[in-house]
Ligand binder design. Structure first.
Ligand code: AMP
Ligand code: GLY
Length: 431
């Protein structure tokens, strides 16, 4: 069968790599892809925003299954378009994808369904939000443990964690006045700042059956020790010991099952990947956000461990037949993914710098280098985005997986290329 993967990040490289291992698959296309997907699959130069172009390609090439990687085309209704033309596609509908596309929609749904999350208020203007903060924190130097969030999609960056009234007012100004995240800031949320360890729990659902994947942990801030500005994610590992079996059962019962039911009741049945970003607080797990697709970079260490044919899983979800699938099989060994980024990311960065050493990193045992922001030009691999590579390794323990991933990182060089040095340390501290 022929499969089309839509997107060009590390997640899509991991998906294409895993899908191409299926004995059922003859051809994997990636639109538009990157330098890595050009090696493991066939790139098609159609941008994710070109719904007509993608649809035409899928029809003309008799694509049997399309897998949508990123959130933006899901929120824009690509799945609805494909289904209207009778094409099989993995991912939620436009209406269901609003769970990620609008934080106000998500918070309201969580509230209505009594799913644990931070207390919040939503606002349509900077003035309203400013007034609220000033009323709650009357003195200019008041402490204010709040999080200010743009409603819409902002590549993981539209969330500002604050400790003081000054920071909260500045965050409101950036989101709702200066519109740093564009139309995503047309509405905003101010919520209570939660304290605890974070975990990503991803589940696959066809709207009826839910299959939970092993918990992973992302590293969203740019610098070691979780300091610095938010990024799309600087590394991840899986499984994380901070979610034990009892905690996973609680997350399934208190979060995942009620969300799937609530979406059905809201006439937005959810199928695809339901990704719960959670804070494990002293009063139990609370939802920070929902995503409607695989996490990037969580997808890379997850798929490194998946033994089941992923095409069976994706197809059963699209067909609404997840209940018929055998339990998923996983490699017992943990995996760690270290993201290498361009100089300046998550701010401005230069593109077009030559990357060396990927082949020797890839040749190391139990290592796979997933490409994200790369492109191939004159037989050279160049950086072409903020997050450039996801260097992923399996090991007999998390510390061994970490060691192997960083050994591979050492092989890779380009001007200004950098990474966090502490990916998975939180797990090592616990175990
Ligand atoms: P989100 O995109 O909503 O998951 O937010 C990105 C990051 O901001 C999360 O991974 C957390 O590190 C942080 N964050 C979001 N909401 C809160 C909250 N209510 N309390 C503390 N940290 C938060
Ligand atoms: N790793 C965070 C995200 O994919 O949104």
């Amino acid at each position: 069968m022929k499969v089309l993967v839509i997107g060009n990040g590390g997640r899509e490289h991991a998906l294409a790599w895993k899908i191409s291992q299926s004995p059922r698959v003859t051809e994997v296309y990636v639109a538009p892809g990157n330098a890595g997907t050009a090696i493991d699959a066939t790139n098609v130069p159609i941008p994710v925003t070109d719904q007509e172009g993608l649809l035409e390609f899928a029809k003309a090439n008799s694509i049997d299954l399309t897998v949508v990687g990123p959130e933006a085309p899901l929120v824009d209704g690509l799945v609805d378009q494909f289904e209207q033309h009778g094409l099989k596609v993995f991912g939620p509908s436009k209406a269901a994808a609003e769970l990620e596309g609008s934080k106000v929609f998500c918070k309201n749904l969580l509230h209505t369904a009594n799913i644990p999350t931070a207390t919040y208020q939503s606002f349509r203007t900077a003035e309203e939000a400013t007034r609220y903060v000033k009323e709650r924190y009357p003195e200019p130097d008041d402490a204010a443990a709040v999080v200010v969030k743009a409603d819409g999609l902002a590549a993981g960056k539209g969330v500002i964690v604050c400790d003081s009234r000054t920071e909260a007012l500045e965050a409101i100004d950036r989101i709702a006045e200066r519109k740093e995240f564009g139309a995503a800031g047309n509405e905003l949320i101010i919520e209570e700042k939660l304290v605890g360890m974070e975990a990503s729990v991803l589940a696959i659902t066809d709207g009826e059956t839910i299959i939970t994947l092993p918990a992973a942990q992302d590293h969203k801030p740019a610098s070691d020790g979780d300091l610095g500005p938010m990024t799309g994610g600087m590394g991840a590992y899986c499984p994380t010991p901070i979610v034990n079996e009892a905690m996973m059962e609680r997350i399934e019962a208190d979060v995942l099952v009620p969300v799937v039911h609530a979406m059905k009741r809201a006439r937005r049945p959810f199928k695809g990947v339901l990704y719960a970003g959670l804070m494990l607080t002293s009063s139990g797990p609370k939802v920070l956000e929902f995503n409607v697709r695989f996490g990037d970079p969580e997808c890379q260490p997850l798929l490194m461990r998946l033994k089941t044919d992923i095409v069976d899983l994706l197809e059963a979800t699209a067909d609404g037949k997840l209940s018929e699938l055998e339990p998923l099989e996983w490699d017992e060994r943990p995996s760690t993914c270290v993201v290498m980024a361009s100089e300046g990311y998550p701010g401005d960065y230069e593109k077009g710098r030559v990357i060396t050493g990927i082949e020797s990193a890839d040749a190391l045992e139990n290592v796979k280098v997933f490409h994200a922001g790369t492109k191939l030009e004159n037989d050279q691999i160049l950086n072409d985005g903020g997050r450039v590579l996801g260097v992923t390794a399996l090991g007999d323990s998390i510390s061994k997986a970490k060691l192997q991933a960083y050994k591979a990182v050492k092989e890779i060089r380009w001007l200004g290329g950098w990474c966090r040095k502490d990916i998975s340390d939180k797990a090592i501290d616990i175990s």
